[in-house]
Design a protein around this ligand. Structure first.
Ligand code: ADP
Ligand code: ASP
Ligand code: MG
Length: 477
């Protein structure tokens, strides 16, 4: 009997009708004799709204808390009424929703009075999205006459470090706990419904696994339960050659290696959380990305050694050099320059030390052999802080004489395992840019040769993605 962990993203859980669709997908698999563990995200947009309201609460805006919790309750109660037919079940679930929201209201009011939002209290607030969606999905399954039980990540036994906002699981401890909580239910034919994204540290304090972290919850559970596969259900047919919202003719990739998929996730193909593949790589558990709107479609299979399996799928060539292209928005570029950096050991280290100490993550780096300047890409929201800390720490000390920034840029990344060792890929990419009149501001290619990333003005971003998609004929893949 196959064990499958299925994760449903916010886009698949936008409305009560969608939740019913999700329940039916789970039901179909259970009828096929699969043992299924369900992992759910918050309803679409809810986590973003929780981030907003926690900031407003910090500023002391109590009125907004009233309005927000009222709207949140309405949204979830409408979902309850559409997702569940049985009146008794509806009533029970509505009560859970009301109780959960009244707890949230207390937490937000506390933040409002104290005027302080710590990483710990922020994670607590953000946990409410999944705490509200999981009971609704669970009841929708019971409504279809399946035995189901919902768990928070904490109750399921997912134990993490205390790195609030980006916590990582303590896998051995977690596995031990999950064998006690989830495994026995699964063996009895009960469907566990677990909140994605949220867990708890060793002291039982709620943590979150980073944005999009429900994917991570699914793979953590997959490994702990030694599942046969992990299925990530979303609103697109799989991992595509580029974001289909940018280029509608983007094609689905049937098969990707863990390495390729991780590369794509890191580079902004939102279809997957960047760290979600770490646990399954070690355990060699295949992951499938599938669409709730086309459940007959097999989706994208992410596994070890794709070439072996590829030969079994005759329609797919394994020779594509560039398989996918991504655009990463909301970034900014910093240029640090100064003759004092030339031949001065530790000068680059100084730049990174300043940024690291101020919690500014560097996404991309490029330097020239002249050593007189270095370009860095950071999240746009961190630009102001990055610029001022670099200026304070470095200017006027003989090393750096100018720090400049551009905030109207984006990163374009072309990816594919077959780029390694293939001549002329960079030339084709940059010729395609030149032909469209797109100026390149910065370039980086790691020695892994799995991707080439470069920075262009944001206004040229879509044209750049389209040009690479055309150059490598990705819509014919
Ligand atoms: P979920 O709510 O299911 O977690 P996400 O919004 O996190 O969904 O991810 C799915 C979205 O990722 C798609 O709707 C799509 O627009 C976007 N996306 C970006 N790049 C890609 C890509 N290369 N392949 C598939 N989807 C992509
Ligand atoms: N709800 C969380 C987020 O929006 C986790 C997830 O959706 O995977 O980031
Ligand atoms: Mg996601």
């Amino acid at each position: 009997m196959k064990k499958i962990v299925m994760k449903f993203g916010g886009t698949s859980l936008a409305t009560g009708e969608n939740i019913r669709r999700v329940a039916n997908i789970v039901a179909d698999s259970v009828k096929k004799d699969y043992r299924v563990v369900v992992v759910v995200s918050a309803l679409a947009g809810v986590t973003n709204k929780l981030i907003e309201i926690s900031e407003q609460a910090k500023k002391g805006d109590e009125k907004k808390i009233q309005m927000f919790t009222k709207e949140l309750a309405e949204q979830h109660l409408v979902a309850v009424s559409k997702a569940i037919v049985n009146k008794q079940l509806q009533k029970e679930t509505a009560k859970i929703v009301a109780n959960t929201i009244s707890e949230l209201k207390k937490v937000l009011t506390g933040i409002c009075y104290v005027g302080e939002l710590t990483p710990k209290s922020r994670d607590y607030v953000l946990s409410f999205g999944e705490r509200l969606s999981a009971p609704i999905v669970c009841s929708a399954l019971r409504d279809l006459k399946f035995e189901a039980q919902f768990f928070t990540g904490k109750d399921a036994g997912i134990v993490t470090d205390s790195n609030f906002g980006e916590a990582d699981p303590l896998m051995d401890y977690t596995t031990h706990r999950i064998w006690q909580t989830i495994l026995p239910l699964l063996e009895k034919g009960v469907i566990p419904v677990v909140t994605g994204y949220i867990a708890a540290d060793q002291d039982g304090v709620v943590t979150t696994l980073g944005r999009g972290g429900s994917d991570y919850t699914a793979t953590i559970l997959g490994v702990a339960l030694a599942a046969d596969e992990v299925w990530i259900w979303t609103d697109v047919d799989g991992i595509m050659t580029t974001d289909p919202k940018i280029i509608p003719s983007a094609k689905k990739l049937y098969l990707l290696s863990y390495q390729e998929a991780a590369e794509m996730a890191i580079f902004g193909a939102k279809a997957m959380h960047p760290r979600a593949l770490e646990p399954v790589i070690k355990a060699s558990i295949p992951v499938r990305i599938r669409s709730v709107f086309h459940p007959d479609n097999d989706g994208t299979l992410i596994t070890k050694e794709p070439e072996i399996k590829l030969s079994a799928i005759k329609s797919i060539k394994s020779t594509e050099v560039v398989k996918a292209v991504a655009m990463i928005k909301d970034v900014a570029m910093l240029n640090v320059s100064g003759g004092g950096m030339v031949g001065a050991p530790g000068s680059y280290a100084k730049v990174f030390e300043v940024l690291g100490k101020n919690d500014i993550n560097v996404m991309m780096i490029s330097t020239a052999v002249s050593e007189a300047n270095m370009s860095l890409v950071v999240r746009r929201s961190l630009l102001g802080r990055a610029l001022s800390t670099l200026e304070i720490a470095l200017l006027g000390r003989g090393l750096v004489n100018e720090v400049t920034a551009e905030d109207d840029v984006c990163v374009i990344a072309a990816m594919g395992a077959n780029m390694k060792g293939t001549l002329g890929v960079a030339s084709r990419i940059f010729t395609a840019m030149a032909q469209k009149g797109i100026n390149i501001r910065m370039i980086a290619q790691g020695s892994s040769e799995l991707n080439i990333s470069f920075v262009v003005k944001e206004k040229d971003g879509i044209a750049a993605v389209r040009a690479i998609h055309e150059e490598f004929k990705l819509d014919k893949i």
